[in-house]
Design a protein around this ligand. Structure first.
Ligand code: NAP
Length: 259
């Protein structure tokens, strides 16, 4: 890598050209959108899935067709040993990890009175353990390069520990992700590593009916629900040279919802 790339100040503006971008949970959903946007900027992208290797493989092939380099790795990132194998595979293929975007984080509706211990554990593992596992494993490599960008996916309102009925485990885990991210940002601030959180609100992916869209839009101050591209732009911003001085920050991408 050239000196300009090491500082993230290369010509593509987003600073992603040639960077190795690992996006957990990127076989579909927001992770796939982030993977596509990174590949379009000539990043070397790691697509990670837990089960659906065929879908992830299709995305990997698509990214390569758009000119990016892509590696598809199956690993359940809630399991430390599997996360470790994933990181080793990426280092073997690309030799470095510059950007980690932690998107894994399942959501479920259930009141506490009906929430089984296994369901609680699974929600915490998906939303929180995954972030610890991956951060713990990539930080030593980012430190060596004195460069790293970690972006974690939160949820709107989590920074204010807003409570929502039937979403106790998810809300608790996302609030913890924010506390974790701020602590890590402080620990790594002198190591060239920034850690930030993007918190989406209501998102639609274009498949909803016009009626559902109108109903959703009514609740959002800016008059429209969010789209995956809104979240992608925020994630890319935190990875860009323009955000060099931002760490430990939480950006709500929610059109003013739940301010
Ligand atoms: N979408 C929204 O409206 C919204 C709103 C607020 C916040 N968020 C947050 O944004 C993030 C992304 O949400 P999303 O809705 O796009 O996610 P999603 O559609 O549920 O993402 C699913 C992807 O994650 C993978 N995955 C799940 N568990 C995994 C694990 N343990 N290890 C590796 N991969 C795993 C799945 O792989 P397999 O299919 O192969 O298992 C799949 O590729 C989450 O953290 C979520 O909480 C989303």
């Amino acid at each position: 890598m050239s000196a300009s790339e090491t500082t993230g100040r290369d010509a593509d503006g987003d600073g992603l050209r040639g960077r190795v971008v690992l996006v957990t949970g990127s076989g579909n959903g927001l992770g796939a959108w982030i993977a596509r946007a990174s590949a379009r900027r000539q990043a070397r992208v790691v697509v990670n899935c837990r089960r659906d290797e065929r879908r992830a493989g299709t995305l990997g092939a698509e990214l390569q067709r758009t000119g990016g380099e892509a590696l598809v790795c199956r690993a359940d990132v809630t399991v430390f040993g599997e996360a470790q194998a994933l990181v080793e595979e990426v280092l073997k293929a690309f030799g470095r990890i510059d950007v980690l975007v932690n998107t894994v984080g399942v959501f479920a509706w259930k009141p506490v009175a009906e929430l089984e211990p296994a369901e609680w554990r699974s929600m915490m593992a998906s939303n929180l353990d995954s972030v610890y596992n991956m951060s713990r494993l990539v930080i030593p490599h980012m430190r060596r390069n004195h460069f790293g960008r970690i972006v974690n996916l939160g949820a709107v309102g989590a920074e204010r520990t807003v409570g929502h009925p039937k979403v106790s485990a998810y809300s608790a885990a996302k609030a913890a992700v924010i506390a974790f991210s701020k602590a890590l940002a402080l620990e790594e601030a002198r190591c060239g590593i920034t850690v930030n959180v993007v918190s989406p609100g209501v998102l639609v992916d274009g498949e909803e009916s016009a009626h559902a869209l109108d109903h959703t839009a009514d609740r959002i101050p800016v008059g429209r629900p969010g789209a995956p591209e809104d979240v992608v732009r925020a994630v890319l911003f935190f990875c860009s040279p323009a955000a060099d001085f931002l760490t430990g920050q939480v950006m709500s991408v929610a059109g003013g919802w739940r301010l």
